[in-house]
Design a binder for this molecule. Structure first.
Ligand code: HPA
Ligand code: ZN
Length: 328
């Protein structure tokens, strides 16, 4: 099925094989001897536990071509899965904090996106995500660094350790980022409670909620999200990997749809959570017995709530509609 991916961290697409290859060519030691050892370590009990390993993996990325290879390899997977459009998050601070220049990161990623659009027919745009475990000043520095590359970045996001780092901590930098023309998005309600989602929509004025699972704790919040027509980028296999949801059969995705929330399916960090986007669709379909119409709705939302504008959004919706009509 033609679809878009709206919640994807490029650092989370780092497959063990590529990690070994880049570590070797950059002469960097990683604490794993084999792909099997890496896979064994990918056994998480919470978000923080995952993040520790995720930041460690990103540490082998040094040169522009490392960021290029990482991104292009993900975009090839998009092409194989009929993902026509993707909105890619990247965490500049994960790299600038270890002495890698902002421009190395953005140039490597955006060149791969440009090439993939031509060679693979996959369109993409970039979401610069601030790390919420760091102080707001560090996000301000990142905003400054991004300005010469403003034309390559569509939106800002907020990720990393949620609990104890509420959206309100980033009120000023979000305001300044919006002033620069970036669209505000944020992770909220993954491990944080419904109050985090309230803050994200009221204080950061976000246009899309990444995860948003814990919105279900508060009926007033659910109604507010529906009224504002804000979509949730839900990540089924991420939720079970990080034990946000104990079993896919208990996943709230269908309940969210039935309540009238606008939901999309996404892979989040596919190299770490055991499945690319198609696998997320397949497994959640099985677990919740989703109908063909439900799947169509999810794919439709992925284009409708993308950050694409005007004709390109309409073009994709038409491709999906034609596909659905011909397959049912
Ligand atoms: N949550 C928060 N931060 C992240 C995630 C996530 O699922 N993936 C990568 N950074
Ligand atoms: Zn995420």
């Amino acid at each position: 099925m033609p679809k878009a991916e709206l919640h994807l961290h490029i650092e989370g697409t780092f497959e063990p094989e590529l990690m070994f290859e880049i570590a070797k060519r950059n002469d960097i030691q990683i604490p794993f001897k084999s792909v099997e050892e890496i896979q064994k370590a990918y056994n998480f009990d919470c978000l923080q536990n995952f993040l520790d390993i995720y930041y460690q993996g990103a540490g082998v990325l040094i040169y522009e071509n490392d960021f290029y290879d990482l991104t292009y390899s993900y975009l090839e997977k998009c092409a194989q899965q009929n993902v026509l459009h993707t909105e890619i998050m990247f965490d500049p601070q994960t790299h600038t904090q270890r002495g890698i220049n902002f421009e190395i990161v953005i140039n490597g990623i955006s060149k791969a996106c440009d090439d993939a659009e031509i060679k693979l027919g996959v369109s993409s745009l970039l979401i610069m995500s601030y790390l919420r475990h760091l102080p707001e000043e560090s996000a301000f520095t990142t905003l400054e660094q991004s300005l010469p590359f403003k034309d390559k970045i569509k939106a800002i996001g907020l990720d990393s350790s949620e609990k104890g780092n509420p959206p309100s901590k980033f009120k000023n930098v979000f305001k300044a980022s919006v002033k620069e023309g970036y669209i505000p998005l944020a992770h909220a309600g993954e491990e944080g409670d419904a109050n985090y989602v309230w803050e994200a929509i009221d204080i950061l004025k976000i246009k899309r909620i990444d995860h948003g699972n814990n919105s279900l704790q508060d009926p007033k919040l659910i109604q507010e999200i529906i009224d504002r027509d804000v979509a949730l980028t839900v990540c089924p296999l991420s939720n079970t990997s990080l034990q946000v949801v104990s079993d896919l059969k208990d996943h709230p995705l269908k309940k969210m749809m039935d309540l009238g929330l606008k939901v999309t399916v996404n892979s989040d960090d596919p190299a770490y959570f055991g499945g690319q986007l198609n696998q997320n669709y397949i497994e959640i379909q099985k677990a919740l017995q989703l109908s063909k119409k439900d799947l169509y709705e999810l794919a439709k939302n992925s284009f409708k709530y993308s950050l694409l504008e005007g004709t390109s959004k309409q073009k994709y919706l038409k491709i999906l509609e034609d596909y659905y009509r011909n397959s049912s």
